[in-house]
Structure formats: C-alpha cells, structure tokens
Design a protein around this ligand. Structure first.
Ligand code: NAD
Length: 369
C-alpha cells in the first residue's frame, strides 16, 4: 500500500460513511477492518503464539490475515482460532505463492535466526513489506542482502526491536537527547537469562548464529546505541564458558565495552547461564536514569536520580506493528529499519572478533551500509 496517510484516513472515513448508510454500524466496522494491513506470520513458535498473534488482536492498523507453518496440526488450530481461510494458509514449500495473495501486505518473519535472510528476501520478491525478528540475520553480509532485496522490490523492511516503542525506553531516549540531566558520560547495560532445553535451536550455531549475545545481549547493545545516537568506535570483549558441553557451539556469557565518538564508554554484559540481568543505567553530568527490569514484555520500570516515573503499560508488539503500518501508509522508512539491524550485526561481529583475537577491535572507519 503506497497510499498517503491523509488519503488512507479519508478512505477509511469514506468507507465508514458508506457502510453506515448502506448497512448500519456493523458493515462500517467491517469496512474499517478491511482497511487494516494484512500480516502473515511466518513460523508459529513461542513468540508468534504468545505475543504476536495476541498483539494482532489489539492493533489498530494491522490484522492477522495469513500464516506460514511447517506443522500441519498448527494449520488447523491456528485457522480455527483466528478464522483464517485455508486459502491464506501456507507452508515453507508453498511460501512463494503469497505473491498472489492480496490479503497479505506485511510478512512477519519469526523463524530461527539463520532463516531470517532467506525468508525476508523471498517475501520482498513476492512483493510484500517485511518485519523480521531480531537479530536481523546471522551475518552483516546477509543483512546487506536483505536490505538490497527490499530496496529492489521497493518494499519496507523493519526489525522487531519492540523496545524502541516502549514508553519508558522512549522517555530515556528523550532524557538522552534533551540532556535534561546533562550529557551522558557512561552507560551500563546487560540482559541475560538461564536457558533451558540443551537441544533447542538457540544453542546450535548454524541456526542461531551465536548464543546469548545474538539473542539477548543485542538488547543491551541497542540500548547503548539509541541512548547515545552513535555507533561504537571501538570494542573490547571477553567470554567465559562454565558449561562447555551445553555451550559447545555458542557463547554462554560475555562482557564487552564500547567507546563512542562523544567519549561515552558503555560496559555491557549478557549470559545464557543465570537469571536477573535485565537493566541499563546511563550516568550523566547531573544525574542518572535507567530501567530495571528494562527489556521484559511487561512491567518494566524507569528510575532516575530525579525519582521514578510512572508511564502506561502498552503492548510493545502491537505498537511496533501499528507503527510499521503507518510507515507503509506514509511511504517512509521505519525507525527500526534494516540499516538499524545491520549496525547491530556489525557491532556483534566486532564483539566476537575481539573475543577471538583477545584484542581491541577498531570500528571507526567501517562503513555500515
Ligand atoms: P521458537 O523456537 O519458539 O519458534 C521457532 C519457529 O520456527 C517454530 O514454529 C518452528 O517450528 C519453526 N522452524 C522452522 N524451521 C525450523 C528449524 N529448522 N529449526 C527450528 N525451528 C524451525 O522460537 P521463538 O522464540 O518464537 O523465536 C523466533 C524468532 O523470534 C527468533 O529470531 C528470536 O530471536 C525472535 N524472538 C524475538 C523476541 C522479541 O522480544 N522481539 C522474543 C522471542 C524471540
């Protein structure tokens, strides 16, 4: 949909008016429902099941219109639960047929990380806009290919950085930009959890690309990047493995520091081997602000040297998808674009290089796109 926002609102109003005169309020409501952008969820695992599908029941500009799954039982249960006609149910073999399905405007990739690039590229070539879950891909090279495919198809690409739509994170970004507590001097950020099942894809390098850093450390990295509004100039990292068998293929626990152009130093951490690390704090000239917990789906808390701040809880995924729908309607790039995802992968690769070389990695001259 390349309709401008004004045209979109006008067309919804017109549709509502027609519906009200022709068939009363019910058809007006269904006309408005028809104007929502259709989302196809690709991969019906935990995130799709527990967060994205429920969020799509709350969105104002999107609706769940199709599913892609490799599990036949899920086809039936999902189609029944969300009233999805069989014509809009796909598997990985029939995926490319989405090109002929007008009910799909946006394809949301919710697969293991190694599959993000392939399905993003296929979705763009099928003429669909794409939201791809984080991390964007396993390598920066794949990120570049995804960006190029979406550009070639004139489709928008967004990465599932839900925290950028969380009111407390947004308030912290304001604190940072307005320098209400002075300029930031240092940031501390970390996210980790104790991972369970030793056989899951998150512990297999070919599917996950990496371990705790790729999965949750990326939230701490993102926070540092959106608080400073800068890209790291240099990175130095260390890794530890206390369970060499479980974490044979991927990182278990990592710490890293980043130096930013403004002089801000950030010290970050991530782990797959303990719970409770879920925070960031920025120390500025005249005070500090931060969140703990910071990256949860609900009940995050914002605190600062000026006291705690109460902001409304809202579904981060619903806001993320509605914001993307607005970008499509306005024909403007998403704030969490593919370029954002690429910048994180560049930093992640530098962190892994620093671990391997046991030395500081300079990024200053590296171009992101
Ligand atoms: P999951 O394991 O619960 O689901 C993965 C889905 O992919 C399953 O339906 C599975 O059947 C399917 N799949 C297809 N091919 C597969 C293969 N070869 N191996 C394994 N599964 C395969 O995972 P999830 O927690 O839903 O995570 C999916 C993506 O979403 C990941 O990229 C993850 O990083 C991301 N994620 C993001 C958030 C967030 O807050 N933004 C939270 C959780 C997960």
């Amino acid at each position: 949909m390349s309709t401008s926002r004004r045209e979109f609102i006008a067309s919804v109003s017109a549709a509502v008016a027609v519906g009200m005169t022709q068939g009363g309020f019910h058809s007006a409501a269904s006309a408005a429902e028809d104007k929502k952008l259709g989302v196809a969820l690709v991969g019906l695992g935990s995130l799709s099941n527990h967060q994205l599908a429920p969020a799509l029941q709350k969105t104002q500009h999107c609706r769940l219109s199709a599913i892609v799954t490799g599990t036949p039982e899920k086809e039936r249960t999902w189609a029944d639960r969300y009233q999805i006609d069989q014509r809009h149910v796909y598997n990985y073999d029939s995926f490319d047929k989405i090109a002929g399905d007008d009910s799909i405007d946006i394809v949301y990739i919710v697969l293991p990380n190694s599959m993000h690039a392939e399905y993003t590229i296929r979705a763009a070539r099928a003429g669909k806009h794409v939201i791809c879950e984080k991390p964007m891909a396993n390598t920066s090279e794949e990120c570049r290919q995804m960006i190029a495919a979406c550009q070639e198809a004139s489709r928008l690409l967004a990465i599932g950085y839900r925290c950028q739509f969380e009111p407390r994170h947004m308030r912290c970004m304001e604190f940072a930009r307005e320098k209400s507590m002075g300029a930031i001097k240092m940031i501390e950020a970390g996210f980790g959890f104790k991972i369970g099942d030793p056989n899951q894809w998150r512990l297999k390098k070919s599917l996950a690309g990496g371990g705790a850093l790729m999965d949750v450390g990326i939230y701490a990295l993102q926070a540092c990047r959106y608080l400073t509004g800068e890209e790291p100039l240099s990175i130095v990292a260390q890794e530890t493995k206390t369970d060499a068998q479980k974490f044979a293929e991927v990182d278990e626990s990592l710490t890293w520091t980043m130096r930013f152009p403004s002089g801000v130093l950030a010290y970050c951490s991530t782990s797959y081997n303990f719970n409770g690390l879920n925070r960031f704090r920025a120390f500025a000239d005249n005070g500090w602000f931060g969140m703990d917990p910071a990256y949860s789906y609900n009940d995050n808390r914002l605190e600062s040297s000026q006291g705690s701040t109460d902001l409304p809880q809202q579904d981060q995924f619903a806001t993320e998808m509605d914001q993307f729908a607005k970008c499509i309607q306005d024909n403007r790039p998403s704030r969490v674009s593919g370029e954002e995802g690429l910048k994180d992968l560049i930093a992640i690769e530098a962190i892994y290089r620093s671990v391997q070389s046991q030395s500081l990695v300079e990024l200053g001259s590296q171009k992101s796109a």
